[in-house]
Ligand binder design. Structure first.
Ligand SMILES: [Zn+2]
Length: 488
């Protein structure tokens, strides 16, 4: 593998290994953006004085969605934007609001979990699972802050049943009662952690008699969850357990993502869908800004938007089907305008802009070849896949394909086309909803991978570089190509 190809593939491994949850993915992107001069701004502030031509900025919503953009030095209100969207979330198991459970007459410590998104849940059995997410912590001055936490140790496990005890041909299981992690043995917990034991006894006593402390509308976090787990979370975040007011914690596979295959042609990893596109979007916009004069002749704005909640339909405050992207584009569209130019700047910007909706695609599977349409069989390491669907499950249309092809030609990046069989179900993504909300030209695309929504997916290691090159060229060349393909 060429050095640069390898570097990008390894860069992705670092990104995905540091990003077990959407909160961490946002942080991973933020760190890379800050390093090259992107400055954090807030939705709640007035941007008029803050933003400058030639400036680079980012903002987050809920800590799990991030938008980053660079303003061309020749930007005028109403100009077009090169937009690129992806998503930060993946199917996962999440700790329930009250998770402190026991199995087998109290001898197993178990943790109640909820399914998030459409995971291939059978792949979560017999994996070494860690915990990560965000804590809301009470500070000494009475304010509450959010702190990320990442316990990179296998403290949970969902064991399968031995084949000797269960001869079922196909693996079927109940998602409430059998997809249910164990976290330890009560006997060990009692013997080895006397402090926890004391605390637990104290909590039980308090529950019976009342603590005599202030009224508490909800039980303490150490009562709703195993105290030992709360203690581990507190230690990992460097806070004290009593100050954790609430948390959003996901389970993840502690096995690190890695290169694989005889010639390192694969990436074996969790969350390829869609941290692969989140990573390439981040590095793509950064690459496009590398030259010191990158924004000198730029008339537009280059923007990436990495959304949470795609896997559950996007209809949330930080999802793609929210007001977030329209609101940001509207605020930017009127920048440096006057009363006259600003009046219809938003509508002018939308129609001059384009959105690349980037989400992973399906590589052909050698053992299930019949599931794929005969002439549309995307391969790994053969470049990004443009997704097309006559029923608009994908937003791609001809002007979009032609423009993307022009960008790819300049970048020397191969492209592929994908359509599902008429007798098959089809996925969807953020492209259709955003194109409807914005009215901009939109294309759906992504790198080809196997086993989408498994806890350990397979992708192509060369495709990281393909996507970054393509995205970087898109950002650099969009303003120049924009008015060459007009369909009124
Ligand atoms: Zn996806």
């Amino acid at each position: 593998m060429a050095n640069q190809t390898m570097e990008w593939a390894n860069g992705f491994l670092d990104y995905v290994n540091a990003s077990p949850t959407p909160f961490h993915a946002v942080r991973s992107s933020k760190e890379r953006l800050e390093k090259v001069g992107f400055v954090g701004i807030r939705e709640r502030d007035n941007w008029t004085k803050e933003l400058k031509r030639g400036g680079k900025y980012y903002l987050t919503r809920n800590g799990s969605t991030i938008i980053a953009f660079a303003i061309g030095k020749k930007w005028e209100a109403g100009n077009g934007m090169a937009l690129l969207g992806a998503h930060t979330d993946s199917p996962a198991l999440r700790v329930k609001p009250k998770s402190r459970k026991f199995g087998e007459s109290g001898s197993f410590l178990q943790v109640g979990v909820e399914t998030y998104g459409g995971g291939l849940w059978h792949t979560w059995f017999d994996r070494d699972l860690g915990l990560a997410g965000r804590l809301i912590v009470k500070e000494s001055d009475g304010t509450f802050v959010s702190k990320l936490v990442h316990i990179d140790r296998p403290i949970l496990r969902i064991p399968t049943l031995a084949i000797h005890l269960d001869r079922q041909e196909t693996f079927a299981f109940n998602k409430e009662t059998q997809l249910f992690p164990i976290a330890g043995l009560a006997a060990t917990a009692l013997n080895k952690t006397p402090a926890d034991n004391e605390k637990a006894k104290e909590h039980e006593k308090e529950e019976r008699e009342g603590s005599g402390k202030d009224f508490a509308p909800l039980a303490a976090i150490t009562e709703r969850h195993h105290p030992a787990i709360v203690t581990k979370l507190a230690e990992a975040a460097g806070v004290s357990a009593e100050n954790i007011m609430d948390f959003e914690i996901l389970l993840f596979d502690t096995q690190k993502a890695c290169l694989g295959g005889i010639n390192d042609e694969f990436i074996f990893s969790a969350r390829l869908d869609n941290l692969m596109m989140s990573y390439c979007a981040t590095e793509g916009i950064i690459e496009s800004l590398k030259a010191p004069d990158a924004l000198d002749d730029e008339t537009g704005i280059r923007l990436i938007s990495l959304f949470d909640h795609e896997e559950i339909g996007s209809l949330t405050a930080q999802g793609a089907n929210s007001n977030l992207l329209p609101a940001v584009v509207r605020r930017l569209s009127t920048l440096f305008g006057n009363a006259d130019t600003s009046a219809t700047a938003y509508e002018e910007t939308l129609i001059k802009s384009m959105l690349w909706s980037c989400d992973q695609a399906h590589s052909v599977h050698p053992n299930y070849g019949a599931k794929y349409e005969s002439d549309h069989r995307p391969a790994m390491n053969a470049g990004p896949v443009i997704k097309i669907n006559a029923n608009a499950r994908y937003a791609t249309n001809s002007p979009g394909i032609v423009l993307t092809q022009e960008v790819a030609r300049g970048a020397n990046v191969p492209l592929q086309l994908f359509v599902v069989r008429n007798d098959s179900s089809c996925g969807s993504t953020i492209g259709p909803m955003l194109s409807a909300a914005l009215g901009t030209r939109t294309i759906d695309m992504g790198n080809a991978q196997l086993s989408m929504h498994s806890i350990r997916e397979t992708g192509g290691s060369h495709d990281v570089e393909h996507a970054i090159n393509l995205f970087s060229h898109y950002f650099s060349r969009y303003s120049e190509l924009e008015d060459k393909i007009l369909v009124h």
